[in-house]
Design a binder for this molecule. Structure first.
Ligand SMILES: [Zn+2]
Ligand SMILES: [Zn+2]
Length: 614
């Protein structure tokens, strides 16, 4: 087992104290397990008592008592028989016996004791309970025993702990800030997206405002791709099973895909044979049965386009790009708004290259990812070179191709001028990759852009080009997606900007607020001028006081408000109130105002003042 850091020890010890407190208050509770997590700890309990916020407070108070008692954590080494006896003496047979059975025979069995509380545990802990200086219980969630939905659902209490009070306070503030920025709430308020149970879990409906953001992002990336010599293609969302058998996606990654779609004839035939589901699966696995698959990746389609013509070394590089929608099966418990979904659109592309072009093209891809991040003000990120785990058998292809691909990526990343780390076992099944892990404004990390080098799919699909020597050669492929997925990326952007998008992305860029109904016709004329310049504009026609109109526009996070009063209208002027660019504020000619906002949009300027009022 990996050794626990001092912080993990504090967190894990807090879990013991939590369980001890629960047992003091509710002695009939059955305990399962309580490991530390990335941001705190949890413990799973089986009890009829509902852990409401009030109950959590009681438990917290009891934990504080236990901490004050300054109980030592004692390690007790026992035989399997003694372990069973302790478990039964403490009345914890229901889950702990099973957990005991998980411990292999050759391993030492230990309990840890603090005060009257014993827990089956390998360690490690702080020396005394008083070493827990700052903790907080956060929330309760249902969790199935061993993560299996056929087992009983337990109550999981989440908490966090830190080595100092200040760190805890900072963390709790970040949690609050994250709640405020939650893309699911902002997405609803701003009319960006909707997820409908009738349509299906994890399938995102982009509403008109969200669609605008997505289109702007797609336009942005497309214009960069054109500069870099990419060609756009469109391909279908489903393809024959044989295609994905060739690529290796089927049957090996079945658990992360929607099940295959079978033809009516095949189903009828199977029904006549009185088939069982095992027998169906075997037939599918062996390739004796045809059907279609919702594509889990776009690559096989793009490879088929490459293969549709004879290619010469002079044609390369060929770069095929598509906003390609793919489908992956995620457990329903894993789904989350736009950031964990079952259907998503990658800003995907596949580059088909000669080996001598590889280095240059990897760098082009990395440059594109960097450009995207800088335009969106995501200046903090780290880079991970994800390599294969040489001891695993989940990868396709031979060592030679892998070695070349890994060497090429490592060489390219050295030119990037950022810190990077190498991680074994994180590669895709067909090749190594470079991943960008971005930090958002509140310090959370998101894995976004990826660039992958692949010697394997060209081999599996047997693609080639004719070289200068007039012989067939195998091209190398790059798979890359700067945003990763449009859904996830938009979810992140919503939280990153807390809904206060830069003007070029804002669904509504300008709102015109006439002071009264008489000014409506001037407001309309002004709106037409904005529209002519392709600025997204609307008029607040409600007969409300100006103050109310301003508040509404502010709540809806409109970047620019144009206020029209009588005096301004008479002089053909407008008054600007801007949240994205306070330098614009004041009275100016309509024409001037349009020009300045146009510049802001064209240069994709970031909001000058960040979101302290959100
Ligand atoms: Zn422990
Ligand atoms: Zn691909």
């Amino acid at each position: 087992m990996k050794e626990m850091s001092p912080l993990e020890k504090v967190r894990h010890s807090s879990a013991h104290v939590l369980a001890a407190a629960v047992l003091r208050l509710y002695p009939d509770t059955q305990l399962d397990i309580g490991p530390p997590t990335d941001s705190g700890f949890y413990y799973d309990f089986d009890t009829d008592v509902a852990f409401t916020p009030e109950v959590l407070e009681e438990i917290e108070a009891e934990m504080k008592k236990i901490i004050k008692e300054n109980q030592p954590f004692e390690r007790i080494e026992v035989s399997r028989e003694e372990a069973k006896k302790i478990i039964s003496d403490t009345g914890q047979k229901q889950y702990k016996l099973g957990r005991l059975n998980d411990i292999p025979d050759e391993e030492t069995i230990t309990f840890y004791k603090n005060g009257e509380f014993h827990d089956l545990c390998a360690g490690a802990h702080v020396s005394y309970t008083k070493k827990i200086k700052a903790f907080k219980l956060l929330h309760v969630a249902g969790s199935y025993h061993r993560g299996n939905s056929e087992n009983k659902q337990l109550q999981r209490i989440y908490g966090t702990a830190f080595q100092s009070k200040n760190e805890l306070v900072d963390h709790l503030e970040r949690i609050e800030e994250a709640k405020k920025r939650d893309h699911r709430n902002i997405g609803r308020e701003m009319g960006l997206f909707h997820i409908d149970e009738m349509v299906g879990q994890g399938l995102v409906l982009w509403k008109p405002n969200g669609a605008i953001i997505r289109q702007e992002l797609e336009k942005f990336i497309t214009s960069e791709l054109t500069k870099q010599g990419y060609s756009q293609v469109y391909t279908p969302h489903i393809g024959k099973l044989d295609l994905f058998r060739t690529s290796g996606h089927f049957p090996y990654y079945q658990e992360s895909q929607y099940p295959p779609i079978l033809q009516r004839e095949s189903l009828a035939e199977l029904t006549e044979d009185g088939f069982s589901s095992t027998n169906l699966e075997n037939k599918l696995d062996r390739g004796e049965l045809d059907g279609h698959l919702l594509r889990p990746m776009n690559c096989p389609m793009h490879i088929s386009i490459y293969k549709s013509e004879k290619r010469s070394y002079r044609d390369l590089p060929i770069k095929l790009a598509e906003f390609g929608t793919v489908y992956r099966w995620e457990q329903s418990g894993e789904l989350n708004g736009m950031t964990r979904v079952r259907g998503f659109t990658q800003d995907d592309a596949h580059l088909f290259l000669r080996e001598d072009q590889l280095q240059n093209e990897i760098q082009g891809c990395l440059g594109l990812v960097k450009l995207v991040f800088s335009v969106l003000g995501m200046n903090e990120y780290r880079v991970r070179v994800s390599l294969r785990d040489p001891d695993s058998d989940k990868y396709v292809g031979d060592a030679e191709g892998w070695n070349k691909a890994e060497a090429a990526l490592k060489e390219a990343v050295r030119t990037l001028d950022v810190d990077y780390e190498e991680e074994l076992g994180e590669a895709a099944f067909y090749g190594p990759k470079i991943d960008f892990v971005v930090k958002d404004v509140i310090g959370r990390e998101w894995q976004l852009g990826t660039v992958q080098v692949d010697y394997n799919l060209p081999e599996r699909f047997d693609i080639s080009y004719v070289g200068a020597d007039n012989r067939d050669h195998r091209p190398v492929m790059i798979h890359r997606a700067p945003f990763g997925s449009m859904e996830r990326f938009c979810g992140l952007l919503i939280e990153h900007f807390a809904g206060n998008f830069p003007t070029w992305l804002a669904p509504e860029q300008v709102r015109i607020l006439p002071m009264n109904d008489e000014l409506l016709s001037f407001a309309e004329k002004s709106a037409q001028e904005f529209s002519k310049h392709e600025i997204r504009v609307s008029i607040d026609r409600q007969s409300a006081k100006l103050g109310a109109k301003i508040r509404r526009a502010e709540n809806e996070k409109i970047p620019h408000m144009i206020i029209i009063g009588k005096r301004e209208a008479d002089e053909g002027k407008v008054s600007i109130r801007s949240r994205n660019n306070p330098d614009l504020n004041g009275i100016c000619d309509l024409e001037d105002c349009i020009k300045q906002i146009e510049v802001e949009i064209r240069t994709k300027a970031l909001p000058k003042k960040r979101t302290e009022d959100s």
